[in-house]
Design a protein around this ligand. Structure first.
Ligand code: GDP
Ligand code: FE
Ligand code: FE
Length: 190
């Protein structure tokens, strides 16, 4: 799968606004990849594809989780996280994307996970800070993202957990594990 094919696939799958978000994630991802010495080609491809499943019907995604034998606990943490995990599965099986680095960056772009690869971190963070985003506290994350990839990911995880807790929504365990991992990791570095 090259970039042209990937862009064609998501242009067909996404609404205009979501496609424009995707273009900004690609730009932001490229900048972060260059800044932190991460493979730019893989980051760009993962960023192009990261929201591939965003507009699949929730029922279809839930069925895919069950029928494809993906982790069933995914069903208990809100529909927002499904497109990431099911998206990686669809990319592998529908579009025949074979690159594990690209697939895992798509899979973890919403929740993050402990000990992320550089590609995973860059896609996770680019999706969070692309210029079209406007979350509380995002300017601080954008500033740190100029200097420290792990700390910026930690701040994004912390903000997301805080946001979900405030709304009383469930938090996927790997998001907590990621938060704990980077909290300890940053302390260890001091
Ligand atoms: P988008 O697809 O570009 O809009 O961005 P994301 O893939 O990051 O999805 C964002 C949504 O997922 C937001 O509404 C987040 O609050 C939500 N989200 C992120 N992590 C978790 C989690 O661990 N649990 C739940 N329930 N929602 C989450
Ligand atoms: Fe997403
Ligand atoms: Fe996104």
């Amino acid at each position: 799968m090259n970039e042209i094919e990937a862009f064609d696939a998501v242009r067909r799958s996404l609404k205009k606004r979501r496609f424009e978000h995707t273009e900004r994630v690609v730009e932001e991802g490229e900048k972060l990849a260059n800044r932190f010495n991460v493979n730019v080609e893989k980051v760009r491809l993962a960023a192009i594809l990261h929201d591939y499943a965003k507009y699949r019907p929730v029922e279809e995604m839930r069925n895919t989780i069950i029928n494809a034998g993906l982790e069933e606990r995914l069903l208990d943490f809100g529909d927002e996280i499904l497109h990431a995990f099911v998206g990686a599965y669809y990319l592998e099986h529908e579009l025949k994307v074979a690159d594990r680095d690209v697939l895992s960056a798509v899979k973890y772009h919403t929740t993050g996970r402990a000990n992320m690869t550089g590609i995973e971190k860059v896609v996770f963070l680019a999706d969070y800070i692309e210029p079209g985003r406007n979350f509380p506290g995002i300017e601080e994350v954008r500033e740190i993202a100029k200097l420290d990839l792990d700390q910026a990911c930690f701040m994004a995880l912390k903000n997301t957990i805080g946001f979900l807790v405030k709304k009383g929504q469930p938090v996927y365990p790997e998001t907590f594990e990621a938060y704990n991992y980077y909290s300890n990791d940053l302390k260890r570095r001091k």
